[in-house]
Structures are given as structure tokens and as C-alpha cells.
Design a protein around this ligand. Structure first.
Ligand code: RFL
Ligand code: PHB
Length: 393
């Protein structure tokens, strides 16, 4: 089998890259280790930046998002139960975010690939890369007991943080920068109406909490919890009680409780690998970097990476120029580091750290109070939250 671009991983990065290439007439094949059912049922992020919305529009995969997604013009902060609002739209001159689950984005992109006949090979095991440093790279895998091989011009490593693409790069040629946080997020999904019409990011003596949603009848909540916490210690009733405390009385009054339909703990990590290229392999999305979910940036960075990568690949196939590919890593990393900074800052501002002393706690409170009272501080926050521009890196 032969194609122009072999894409490893059918997460948002791989699926969106395939559609961006497809509309420009560049062929690709996606190899995914999981089944389609598994990929379509993973519960992850929920907030799309304007740039991500526009990319989905550009590839014509926006109909359901436009119909079912919720446009949010603001977010709230709750500090020890006292709330204030960040007017995203007013502070950014008209930008907002779209609340639409990553699960739905993934389903829409897979349906589009199917409709266009763009190949996605699910349940491909033992994916391995070859010839990356030469000009004839290839990918091999096993499926249904058979060994398969795909020859290509370039490989896109879109296989997430635990994938094999970054791990295939000789250690001397790549450098990782990392912060691991000493806590995680315990998340629940429940078919109850949200407690408020916009998201609430709460910081409290007892730790961080977030009230989010997937629709007018489905809520997504998170609380900061020890990363090795036993989920059995958190029956639904305890989670609702803890959310009510951390989100504050106003939110608690509007909070409908119901049985969780999903419950899990995710670790928090900041990580960036440099460069995002090795020979004919280009990394995109979580394969190259991870952010703590506080800034809602993970999925959006995957989208901006593949926007830059698709432009570089399309130019290469149209006029033979490799300049875009040579500049890809630097261009993507310039935006990645800014989102890393925002996600790290917002995490530090809103979480309780085990080694926090009275001084650090008061610095947090002072900064939160400064944001509450300062339009300039709110504007800086809003500008980052809605997403920095894709143009210019
Ligand atoms: P993904 O979505 O991880 O997709 C990678 C795909 O590659 C496949 N894969 C392989 N395929 C073939 N061979 C191999 N050897 C392979 N190894 C892996 C995987 O099965 C998968 O289908 O990466 P991508 O496309 O870069 O997208 C990034 C986003 O998914 C990610 O940034 C966000 O979801 C991060 N994230 C969250 N972000 C938020 O903004 N808000 C959240 O609430 C939020 N929750 C989460 C998250 C990430 C999580 N992870 C990675 C464990 C919750 C979790 C649990
Ligand atoms: C979510 O709805 O899953 C979500 C929203 C905002 C975040 C993180 C997760 O910052």
C-alpha cells in the first residue's frame, strides 16, 4: 500500500489533519491501535477555541457543532464561594468559545472520513516506523493476524502522549521539558442540567473545582483530588457534596444531582518535546506536548498544530518547497509554549499544592483579588482563554 502521508493515531489531531489534507487533494491513511467504538466513546475535553471552530468549518465538519454546540461569551471564577465573571466577548472585542465535547468532534470527523472514503484503519496493532531519516519512510502494523506495510512520503505522529512516534526518535535528537503536578482531577459526567449557564472555575480552601457541561441536560464536573485516589472512596453523593462546598452557595443552589455515567481520575502534567520533527516524521498534538486541563488547551493545541502541519505538507505537494516543513516545529512550538504558560499559570493560581505555606496561599488570593478588580488582568486572561491567534505562530 502507498500514500502521501501516513498518520498514526485517530484522535482529534490525526482525524483533523486527514480532513485538512483531503480538502486540498493530499492523500493520507490513518492507523489507529484502538477500535472505532473505543475511540468514539472516550470522554475528554469540552471547550473549543474560535480557531478550532473555524478549522472544523473549513473542512465542512461543523454542521452538528453549529446545531448542538453552546456558544459561551463568558466564564466565571469562584474564590472561596464568591463569584465574578470574565466577559470573554467584551474583553476580546467579540471572541467567545464553543462548548462541544471532544467525543462529538471525534465522531463527526470519523463520519466525514467515512463519507469521503478517506481511509482510517482501526485496531492496527504493533505500529512501527521505518526509513524516517531517508526519503522513503514507511509504517508497518498487524491486523487480523496479517503483517501490513504502508509506504509514504511523510509520517504524522498524532498518537498521543503514550504513542510510539515520539518514542521512536533517538533520545539524543529530542529534548523533553516537564512538570508533573502533585494532584489529579476527578471528573464525573451526569445527565442533569448544568448548575449555571457558563463554566465556573472555583478555587477553595479544599481545592480546585470546575463546573462544565456538554449540553443543556448533561453536566461535566471536576474536583482536584490526589492522583492515586481510590475511586471507590468517592461515591456520587460525596462528589456532589464536595462540589457544592467548593463551587459555593450560589452554584450549589442551582446544582441538580444525579447518578454519574462516567467517573475517572486524570493526572495533571505539563510537557513539551523539542523539536517536533525527526527526518520525515512530524509530531502533532499530545504526541509532542501535554498541558494540565485547567486552561482547556489540549485539544485546541492539537488543532493548531495540524493547521500548521497541513499548510506545510500541502505547499510541499503543490510546489515542491520544503520551507514550510522546515519551519513547522518552530512555528508550532511558538504557540505551544504560550498555551503551556497559560495552562501552568492558571493551574498554579487555582489549585492547592501540598507544600503550600501561608505566604503562597496569600499570594494566590492577592492575585485572584487583583483579577477580580482589574480589567487589564481580566483582559489578559480572556485573550488566552479564547485562544491566541493561529496566524504568525
Ligand atoms: P489523542 O486524543 O490522545 O489521540 C491519540 C490517538 O492515537 C492512538 N494511538 C495509537 N495508534 C496507533 N499506534 C499506536 N502505538 C498508538 N498509540 C496511541 C490513540 O489510541 C488515540 O486514538 O491525542 P491528540 O489527537 O493529540 O488530541 C489531544 C487531546 O485528546 C488532548 O489534548 C485532550 O483531550 C487532553 N485532555 C483534556 N483536555 C482538555 O482541554 N480538557 C479536558 O477535560 C481533558 N481531559 C485529556 C482529558 C486527556 C486525557 N488523556 C490523554 C489521558 C482526559 C484524559 C484522560
Ligand atoms: C470539560 O468540559 O471537560 C472541560 C472544560 C474546561 C476545562 C477542562 C475541561 O478547562
Amino acid at each position: 500500500m502507498r500514500t502521501q502521508v501516513a498518520i498514526v493515531g485517530a484522535g482529534p489531531a490525526g482525524l483533523l489533519l486527514q480532513q485538512l489534507l483531503h480538502v486540498a487533494g493530499v492523500e493520507s491513511v490513518i492507523l489507529e491501535q484502538r477500535t472505532r467504538d473505543y475511540v468514539e466513546s472516550r470522554i475528554r475535553a469540552g471547550v473549543l477555541e474560535q480557531g478550532t471552530v473555524r478549522l472544523l468549518e473549513q473542512v465542512g465538519v461543523d454542521a452538528r457543532m453549529r446545531a448542538e454546540g453552546l456558544v459561551h461569551d463568558g466564564v466565571s471564577m469562584a474564590v472561596d464561594g464568591r463569584r465574578f465573571r470574565i466577559d470573554l466577548k467584551g474583553l476580546t472585542g467579540g471572541d467567545s468559545v464553543m462548548v462541544y465535547g471532544q467525543t462529538e468532534v471525534t465522531k463527526d470527523l470519523i463520519a466525514a472520513a467515512e463519507a469521503r472514503g478517506a481511509p482510517v484503519i482501526f485496531a492496527a496493532s504493533g505500529v512501527a516506523l521505518g526509513g524516517v531519516e531517508g526519503d522513503r519512510p514507511f509504517v508497518t502494523w498487524r491486523k487480523d493476524g496479517r503483517e501490513e506495510r504502508l509506504d509514504c512520503d511523510y509520517i504524522a505522529g498524532c498518537d498521543g502522549f503514550h504513542g510510539i512516534c515520539r518514542a521512536s526518535i533517538p533520545p539524543a535528537l529530542i529534548q523533553g521539558y516537564e512538570r508533573v503536578y502533585p494532584f489529579g482531577w476527578l471528573g464525573i459526567l451526569a445527565d442533569v442540567p448544568p448548575c449555571h449557564h457558563e463554566l465556573i472555575y472555583a478555587t477553595h480552601e479544599r481545592g480546585f473545582a470546575l463546573a462544565s457541561m456538554r449540553s443543556a441536560s448533561r453536566s461535566r464536573y471536576y474536583i482536584q483530588a490526589p492522583v492515586d485516589e481510590d475511586l471507590a472512596a468517592w461515591p456520587d453523593a460525596r462528589i456532589w457534596d464536595e462540589l457544592a462546598l467548593r463551587l459555593g452557595p450560589e452554584a450549589a443552589a442551582g446544582m441538580a444531582r444525579g447518578p454519574s455515567i462516567e467517573k475517572s481520575i486524570a493526572p495533571l502534567r505539563s510537557f513539551v518535546a523539542e523539536p517536533m520533527r525527526w527526518g520525515r516524521l512530524f509530531l502533532a498534538g499530545d504526541a509532542a506536548h501535554i498541558v494540565p486541563p485547567t486552561g482547556a488547551k489540549g485539544l485546541n493545541l492539537a488543532a493548531s498544530d495540524v493547521c500548521f502541519l497541513s499548510q506545510a505538507l500541502i505547499t510541499r505537494f503543490r510546489d515542491g518547497s520544503e520551507a514550510g516543513l522546515d519551519g513547522y516545529s518552530a512555528r508550532a512550538l511558538a504557540r505551544v509554549w504560550k498555551a503551556e504558560r497559560f495552562s501552568w499559570w492558571f493551574t498554579g493560581l487555582t489549585h492547592r499544592f501540598p507544600d503550600m505555606d501561608g505566604f503562597s496561599r496569600r499570594m494566590q488570593t492577592a492575585e485572584l483579588e487583583y483579577i477580580r478588580g482589574s480589567r487589564a488582568a481580566q483582559q489578559a486572561m480572556a485573550e488566552n482563554y479564547v485562544g491566541l491567534p493561529l496566524s504568525g505562530g
